[in-house]
Design a protein around this ligand. Structure first.
Ligand code: BGC
Length: 884
């Protein structure tokens, strides 16, 4: 039987706020048969769940496309709900019934429909504070309501309430974008929130990224100096009429109980300032201030249909203990990003104060130094004797522990828990193996993602930084895209990358770019705030990664000019094919750096030119994918010239690299910059450099992600495993052995004796080195992409056995369905189980095969000592023995 298990619109399930004129529909099929393809599909879109009123019927379409079905020729209305369903017939002649219906809700499609105004009750003097405010308005509904939708956003952060209930589950809305160029609004179905008769709506506002202190230079008011709310409510009545309720100067407001909130410093909530009934109809408005309108360019408003930030995972408190210095501390057992929920029963004016932090020092005491200036403090002031529950509203913390600075009464484990807060993405990747340390590493990598994908990809969540460092996002993108569906997350952020590019196409070090012009006396800012190799290349590498992972061409079209501008920037600033530019981070925090420096030993000319070649090569491929043949030719040729220059400059006449660092060799190999005749020599040189360090890496941000690939792709899987499995400093598993639950910024963030790396830059939740995750999925579990048929329409299944592992289980939920690999090794006997989703195919590679004892119905061909086969959908069980 063939059936449909999931339908997506623009890669999202049931999105709210669709404004695209072109929809990209996808569905996942399940079948109990092998070798199943879609032969025909039929797609319907209707305004009703019964599909009596269809606005689109594809009819029976002969096609095997099920992940990127474009619907262009429908006209959608703003603020409406649409339903869709699909049925398919496969190559075996089986047909599915129509699927369950999915839906999407449109946003505001026509800018003329915006009637709302940005409103505030903050004064000019409030530019220097970060207090919360609150605005409210009542309305009456006197006809039966069919549906109601809200479109809301803010300058600052907001929570929106209707009749006392917070609308939606999202937090920290509207997230962080380059607000002056792009401000996102959120769409909500509020049909269940409104009622016949009297209604009240209200919004609480906080300073957030908009006007609070942000960036290590400590500026406030980066985008503006008054927070403001903006919202429109559409009410569709049963009788076919519609009303719009909008924010304007008829709203009233006052200060909120959130008396202070900032991203780095935390929040102070004084419950004594809560006004009873404020969120409900009938509140006397006499003491409230009339809202003031702030004029804003509404053409900068864009929708955020999904992947918003939410409270995703609840983490119970593990223990409460007293440190040797006498501090009372709660341990959540997991380093994370989010916030604490706490219950309290005190008297009016009693204070709860919690200070969040990541690690204990060598003596087991509270360690705050690595937070730098970030206070990470939560204060709740009780209003009466009733039990109350509090969690922060407009801030987040990076922490595993909280110091209980004050709490009325005795705090117990039942009174406190934490919530991991991050962008809501579908988990797509699972990895498990026989080595518990590797499983913990995979866990830590996942939590690095959870800790740093908070509307934008951040470097770290705890110190006074938490910025969209482009390099970190580039390095980790492929790993993140194994773990979770990152499409909406990155496609949103990449628009800010494009928006913040310099006129010449330079790409900022951080996006949203709050560094440029922020403080000319800061060492970094004064040297340059854009266009560092490996950082700026995010503009090309991430859209490409989205394309190969999801098969999506829309993102390539959307980012095309941005990518091209970046390549042109490098071209203009290169000399004889070698490019370098102002401030470069190079192989950042590599261990071959000079004493006291963060800059690794690999020369900037080399790193810059290597990335110039790599990005230009990708761009040429992208141009080809999009049918822009002229660009494909021009940039293909440019790439060849850069590679030629690279070879001339960075290899001597005997084929040795001029820079004898691990990273130089790794990127030369991985980016295919090595002349073929020197490949062996370069690989041997890398092995020698590794041996020189006693088998340890000394690489930083640039070399580390590709180290194992550079080895395994050049015949040295064994050495790649040895590197992966090292567990003394410096190595991935050293951190695991030290009890890490996330990935650290430094190989020795915490030294074996418990002392710390210098506090000026020592994050314990930095995903960059977690980029090894890609090797776990791609090489160890062997689930890889064929870029010729991207999105895993055709997968490469090539498990790399080794490392003493006796089993590995990998799973990836592709846009077509779930790919699974499972290998088990008992001496020389291998059992391999592979699942390929309906409507896809795969090439299966087995290495070093002595004999296949059970081919599981697959016919293999020999390629030297290896075997290769082509398979269609289904599950295959193969048993073979290995050569010794
Ligand atoms: C960040 C890094 C970032 C780097 C650039 C640091 O402060 O935390 O992850 O990429 O600066 O130099």
């Amino acid at each position: 039987m063939i059936s449909i298990s999931k339908i997506t619109v623009n890669y999202l399930e049931n999105p709210m706020g669709i404004t695209d004129t072109q929809l990209q529909i996808g569905w996942v099929m399940e079948s109990d048969k092998m070798g199943v393809f879609q032969k025909f599909y039929e797609l319907e879109i209707a305004v009703d769940d019964a599909f009596d009123h269809c606005i689109y019927k594809s009819g029976v379409v002969e096609s095997d496309e099920s992940a990127h079905v474009f619907v262009n020729d429908i006209s959608l209305k703003s603020a409406e709900k649409y339903f869709l369903r699909v049925k398919v017939t496969d190559n075996l002649g089986e047909s599915s019934p129509f699927s369950n219906s999915a839906f999407f809700i449109t946003g505001i499609l026509d800018n003329d429909l915006w009637k709302a105004k940005f409103i505030t009750v903050e004064n000019k003097e409030d530019a220097s504070n970060s207090k919360g405010t609150s605005l409210r308005k009542e309305f009456i509904l006197n006809k039966p309501v069919k549906s109601a939708y809200a479109f809301t956003t803010a300058l600052g952060l907001y929570e929106f309430y209707i009749n006392g209930k917070k609308v939606g589950k999202d937090v920290l809305t509207p997230g962080w974008t380059s607000y002056n160029k792009r401000l996102l609004y959120q769409t909500y179905d509020v049909t269940e929130y409104v009622q016949n008769g009297d209604n009240a709506m209200a919004a609480m506002l906080g300073a957030g990224w908009y006007k609070g202190v942000m960036g290590f230079v400590g500026n406030r008011n980066n985008y503006g100096d008054r927070s403001a709310f903006f919202g429109q409510l559409v009410i569709h009545y049963e009788d076919g009429t519609t009303d719009w309720l909008v924010t304007d100067d008829t709203w009233k407001g006052t200060d909120a109980p959130v008396v202070f909130s900032e991203i780095y410093d935390g929040e102070v909530y004084d419950a004594r300032l809560e006004k009873e009934g404020y969120l409900l109809p009938g509140y006397p408005a006499k003491d409230l201030k009339t809202a003031e309108v702030i004029n804003k360019d509404l053409s900068k408003l864009f929708t955020q249909p999904g992947c918003r930030v939410g409270e995703i995972t609840k983490i119970p408190a593990k223990r409460i203990f007293t440190t040797p210095e006498g501090d009372k501390v709660v341990d959540f057992g997991q380093n994370m990003t989010g916030w604490i929920h706490i219950k309290v029963k005190g008297s009016a004016g009693d204070r709860v104060e919690l200070k969040c932090f990541e690690v204990l020092d060598a003596k087991g005491n509270v360690y705050l130094d690595n937070l730098r200036l970030a206070k990470q403090t939560l204060v709740y002031i009780c209003k009466d004797e009733q039990e109350a529950e509090y969690h922060p509203h407009f801030t987040f913390q990076g922490f595993q522990y909280a110091k209980i600075v004050s709490y009325p009464g005795e705090l117990t484990l039942e009174d406190i828990y934490a919530c991991a807060v991050h962008s809501d993405m579908d988990r797509t990747g699972y990895f498990e193996c026989s080595n518990p340390d590797l499983n913990q590493l995979q866990h830590n990598i996942l939590w690095g993602l959870k800790g740093n994908f908070l509307d934008i990809p951040t470097d770290c969540p705890q110190r006074n930084e938490r910025l969209g460092w482009t390099g970190d996002a580039q390095i980790f993108c492929r790993t993140a895209s194994y773990l979770m569906n990152t499409y909406t997350f990155f496609s949103k952020w990449l628009k800010d990358v494009a928006a913040d590019q310099t006129e010449e196409g330079g790409v900022p070090h951080v996006v949203p770019d709050i560094l440029t012009g922020s403080a000319e006396d800061d060492w970094l800012v004064s040297q340059g705030t854009h266009s560092a190799a490996a950082w700026a290349d995010v503009a090309v590498i991430n859209p490409w990664t989205m394309y190969i992972t999801y098969g999506d061409k829309v993102i390539l079209e959307e980012q095309y000019e941005s990518m091209k501008a970046w390549i042109e920037f490098m071209r203009i600033h290169s000399k004889d094919g070698i490019w370098n530019y102002r401030l470069q981070f190079g192989d950042w925090v590599a261990l071959d750096a000079e004493e006291g420096s963060y800059f690794g030993a690999t020369p900037n000319d080399l790193t810059c030119t290597a990335y110039y070649a790599y990005s230009t090569g990708l761009f040429a491929k992208i141009a080809r994918v999009l049918g822009r043949d002229e660009d494909a030719l021009v940039y293909g040729k440019l790439q060849e010239e850069i590679v030629e220059g690279f070879r001339k400059y960075f290899f001597d006449k005997d084929g040795n690299m001029t820079s004898q660092t691990q990273t130089a060799h790794i990127i030369a190999l991985y980016f295919n910059l090595v002349p073929e005749e020197y490949r062996q020599k370069t690989t041997d040189a890398l092995l020698k450099l590794l041996a020189k360090e006693n088998g340890h890496l000394v690489t930083g941000f640039v070399g580390t992600p590709y180290f194992c690939h550079a080895l395994s792709q050049n015949g040295h899987t064994k050495e790649a495993y040895e590197l992966l499995l090292k567990d003394d400093f410096p190595s991935w598993l050293y951190q695991v052995k030290m009890g890490a639950t996330t990935v650290w910024e430094h190989w020795d963030g915490m030294k074996p004796d418990g002392t710390m790396w210098s506090p000026d830059m020592n994050s314990f939740n930095h995903y960059a080195y977690g980029a090894i995750g890609e090797w776990l999925y791609r090489a160890v579990a062997g689930i890889d992409i064929d870029e010729k048929e991207p999105g895993y329409k055709h997968a490469i299944i090539h498990p790399h056995l080794g490392g003493g592992l006796t089993y590995v289980k990998g799973e990836y939920k592709s846009v077509y369905g779930t790919i699974k690999t499972y290998w088990q090794l008992d001496r020389d006997k291998v059992k391999l189980e592979v699942t390929i989703p309906v409507n896809t195919t795969a090439s299966l590679y087995l290495d070093d095969v002595a004999e296949i004892t059970d081919n599981g119905g697959v016919s293999f061909e020999s390629v030297g000592k290896n075997k290769k086969a082509e398979v269609k959908s289904g599950t295959y069980r193969i048993i073979y023995s290995l050569l010794n």
